[in-house]
Write a protein that binds this ligand. Structure first.
Ligand code: F6P
Length: 545
């Protein structure tokens, strides 16, 4: 069954939100806190070991009520049911969007095209388990009888970003295998990685949902040729594994059938780390940890599927983001994790969020005249404080931000962790409160600065504050909590796509890039250059000189 197509701007809630925005936009966050002593409690949600404090947002109870009304008017409930029921809600590709089935419980039934896919999912999980256990233990060996020391993940987009982000995020739980990622078609990338490797002890995992992606196939071929300088054609079976929906193409590449891991077209690339695309994750941290990641995601799925919208973490964060995107005209959102382990988190979310919701055609095929997908960026704190926080504090742009922090550090260095978290709390407080001219004056007077100098400096040292943030405070960074955190953002993407009346699960814009590069590659290789605009022509001629 198709998703409803409702223009969100035609709803009653949208009209009321527009008026509500005009009426409340000048209320400073400081005043909102002063007006309600229970504000923190009123705008917080606790779930498992997560605490979402969204009280530092420019909202009142009425804002939330209207945003929830918007969710109801666009029929979010019906959409959630269709999502989990395996309906073909990726309509432009005629596919279901069932990555949640990858983390379903063994006893669950998840129908895709009328068929329960859970047994197949568990078959592949069992294969991941046996394969990764044999590699990690050293039982599975390379062509000269040595155990593997290195693993190279060859993939791009969803076949790289998810595994790379999670492998880094779970570094604390890592075993001795050294993990490398080759993604860019830039030959310097692959050759830099190869420089470090010994063909006798390296396992290569080619990950490509389609197995036709130029970058991945070029890298895989370069690596295969490099490998064949030492090993033979038969040895490929011992050193290469592949994950794909395209089993025919895998066979052509010469990969042994026991090293082939299927995936399915009902799993989008950017939501695929839970499938065999996560093979590298399971190699890096062991199957148990990989499975715990899936359990964490499954728990978030259950929360999202069953909890009332007003207590539903993905729904609430999605609606808040719509509030800023569509009413405050905020163009970007920052994701600031206060842990170095999540250094790839915003890069990962850039694909998830921007590839999904970067659309300007609605579900009726009509052009949209309101804002959709937000621009995502971010870096871990505290490094980001010394890089771009100046702009968030005192620039001209509104940048709503998610602060993600953990109560416990993994290495247990309390001194460092207290300092880290002091910054975490201080920044959201400062972004909210700002610093008034009076406070600045008092601070400078305390330093015995002459009055005339103080007055000159005051405007530069004033922080207007009123910058909205969400705080997500989690007990500790474990495979399970990470799984829940990623799933939270996945469902946020879904909710926003439903409200904006777009299809979140295709990516025609990226497909175009793939076609264009193929045409120009011909121009580069052949003597004649086809017709192009003057600039492209000049650049191509200069490149070929
Ligand atoms: O970047 C576009 C895209 O189609 C992504 O959606 C996907 O994750 C990536 O290319 C890689 O595709 P594949 O896994 O088929 O090689």
């Amino acid at each position: 069954m198709s998703l409803y197509t409702i223009n969100p701007t035609s709803t009653q809630a949208w009209k009321k939100l527009t008026e509500h925005y005009e009426a409340t936009k000048n209320n400073h966050l400081r005043d909102l806190f002063a007006a309600d002593t229970n504000r923190a409690e009123n705008f917080s949600l606790s779930w498992n070991d997560f605490l979402l404090d969204f009280s530092k947002n420019k909202i009142t109870k009425e804002t939330i009520a209207l945003l929830l009304q918007l969710a109801n008017e666009v029929n979010l409930k019906d959409a959630v049911q269709k999502y989990f029921k395996g309906d073909a809600i990726n309509e432009t590709e005629g596919r279901a969007v069932s990555h949640t089935a990858l983390r379903a419980k063994k006893t669950d039934t998840v129908l895709v095209n009328g068929q329960n896919v859970v047994p197949e999912v568990y078959e592949v999980k069992e294969h991941i388990k046996t394969f990764t256990t044999a590699v990690i233990s050293g039982e599975k060996k390379g062509y000269t009888g040595k155990s593997f020391t290195d693993v190279v993940n060859i993939g791009i987009g969803g076949s790289d970003l998810g595994p790379a982000m999670v492998t880094e995020a779970l570094r604390f739980y890592k075993n001795n295998l050294k993990i490398h990622f080759v993604s860019n078609v830039d030959g310097d990338h692959v050759h830099e990685i190869l420089k470090e490797l010994d063909p006798e002890t390296t396992l290569f995992v080619i990950v490509s949902k389609t197995f036709i992606t130029q970058e991945t196939l070029s890298n895989a071929t370069t690596i295969k040729n490099w490998f064949l300088k030492s090993g033979s054609q038969e040895d490929i079976a011992k050193h290469f594994a592949a994950v794909s929906t395209n089993t025919e193409k895998i066979a052509e590449f010469g990969i042994a059938s026991e090293n082939v891991f299927p995936m399915w077209d009902w799993v989008g690339g950017r939501f695929s780390l839970w499938s065999a695309v996560g093979l590298t994750i399971a190699l890096a941290v062991g199957f148990e940890n990989f499975d715990a990641l899936l359990v964490g995601a499954n728990e978030m799925d259950e929360h999202f599927k069953t909890e009332n919208f007003d207590k539903n973490i993905p729904v609430v964060v999605a609606l808040l983001s719509i509030w800023y995107n569509n009413f405050y005209n905020a163009e970007t959102e920052a994701i600031i994790p206060y842990t170095q382990y999540l250094s790839r988190f915003s890069a990962y979310l850039q694909q998830g969020i921007m590839e999904s919701n970067g659309k300007s055609i609605d579900r009726n095929g009509k052009s949209i005249d309101y804002q959709t997908g937000t621009i995502i960026w971010g870096e871990p704190g505290t490094n980001s404080q010394h890089a771009f926080f100046q702009l968030i504090h005192q620039g001209t742009k509104l940048v709503p931000a998610d602060f993600i922090g953990f109560k416990k550090s993994l290495h247990g260095d309390t001194d460092h962790h207290n300092k880290l978290m002091a910054n975490f709390f201080a920044q959201t407080e400062a972004l909210m409160n700002g610093k008034t001219a009076d406070t600045v004056r008092k601070e400078l007077e305390a330093k015995n600065m002459p009055k005339s100098e103080i007055e000159k400096l005051v405007p530069f040292k004033v922080f207007k504050g009123d910058n909205p943030t969400n705080t997500i405070l989690i007990n500790s960074l474990t495979p399970k909590s990470l799984g829940s955190l990623i799933a939270l953002y996945e469902h946020k993407i879904f909710v926003q796509g439903i409200v904006w009346n777009i299809f979140s699960y295709d990516q025609w814009g990226v497909e175009l890039g793939k076609q264009l590069a193929t045409t120009i590659l011909k121009d580069i290789k052949e003597s004649e250059i086809a017709d192009h605009d003057g600039s492209t022509l000049q650049l191509l001629q200069s490149f070929k000189k």
